[in-house]
Design a protein around this ligand. Sequence first.
Ligand code: ADP
Ligand code: F6P
Length: 458
Amino acid sequence: MSRLIVVSNRVSVDKGRGAAGAQGGLAVAMNGALRQHGGIWFGWSGEEVEHFTGQLTMARSNGFTTATIDLEPQDVEEYYNGYANRTLWPLFHYRIDLAEYENEFGMGYERVNERFANSLIPLVEPDDLVWVQDYHFLPLGERLRAHGLKNRIGLFLHIPWPPTRLLVSLPFHERLVKAMLHYDVIGFQSFEWLESFLHYCRKELNAGVDEQKGTVELGGRTVVARAFPIGIDHKEFMALGETEVARRAQVRLVGSARSRTVVIGVDRLDYSKGLPERIDAMERLFATKDDMVNRLLYIQIAPPSREDVRSYQEIRATLEQKTGQFNGAHSDVDLVPIRYVNRGFGRAELFGFYRAAKIGLVTPIRDGMNLVAKEYVAAQDPEDPGVLILSRFAGAAEQLTDAVLVNPLNHDEVTRALWTAIHMPLEERKARWRALNAVVRDRDVISWAEDFIEALKG
Ligand code: ADP
Ligand code: F6P
């Protein structure tokens, strides 16, 4: 069996079941795939050094090796905070108004991709499969080819792919996408993102696109482009749900809700997640329906993210102001309607919180997939499941069609969905949940990784 070489910006090592390793789906998926195939997980250490040396730090655990490099402060500023998170992230989430096009960001991004290629090359053996993750490394395949690497190389994009009309606003967009065509396989979270990519290739690059086969041809190279919707590690998550930690978390939340219906949101504090819009929908619900303060409790768990980037500082300030204002207007002396919590929790605890909540509110403005929606479904009690309200703009909406689907920008629609969810009869809740859970259970992260690796083998 071929070894796997995974490349991602962050490298995380599974600390074992029940650990508070809340690094999300990517970490779980890669740990699983690497344990099975053996190989190397290569990425940034998260550390900064004054001068870049490219020196690798190698460690061994769980049947595979991790190899990390340190970056310079200028690299982190221009590549991670800059091009990745101030240029590509907003543009790819349709927030062209927030996208910053600075030359230094682009140069820093290319420099770091070249540094990654240089450090990675000596680690790769002829039969290895190289699997690159996400928007931090769109040109890495091309850099590796420039160093003579002949191996099969794949890219999976965890975030959306923007419509052509938005992407053409990016300086040097053609160069970036042409560089991507040096991969052998490019994977997207949903058919919508895949279609946008194929549209761009046809329209802007004049490439040969075969939608049936899912291939793009340019300059004598053929690249496979397909949708591979990521899932959660269902088995592992259900096992966490059996723990005392999960049970205690559930009991704690149900008890403190004092008979109110619990609505839960769990999101990194990111402007793509539609958090202020949720409060606007709540505002309408509380304004039009009597006595909501005695009937509903909304918990929003939102750990801070990318705190050096101004748009993230601003969304945090906006949310603090809006929740403060909302609670000021709607609280009673002994009841506060929104609990807004800025920190991470262990995954077992999260399971308990999801289970305690009768409504899962997942309303991003754009999201590649959204794993929280899938975790919420998995954590429900089959005999008395809660209702998932899901944005139609999340990749997950293509699969989770039995959720209550909403346009998160239409506050009235979200308000109505909340009202519908509060009153949904048990039989309907069960029927929807059974359909949703079948998708979440059967299309898990293990099968996702296997599907991608099969395609990568060619
Ligand atoms: P994104 O990758 O944009 O952050 P996803 O919803 O796809 O969005 O994945 C987020 C992951 O991070 C989920 O697995 C979720 O459980 C986890 N997560 C989010 N917030 C927290 C939190 N406060 N504590 C622990 N885990 C969290
Ligand atoms: O979903 C996209 C993603 O970049 C993941 O790869 C990552 O785990 C998550 O968002 C958090 O982002 P960051 O690594 O910038 O904190």
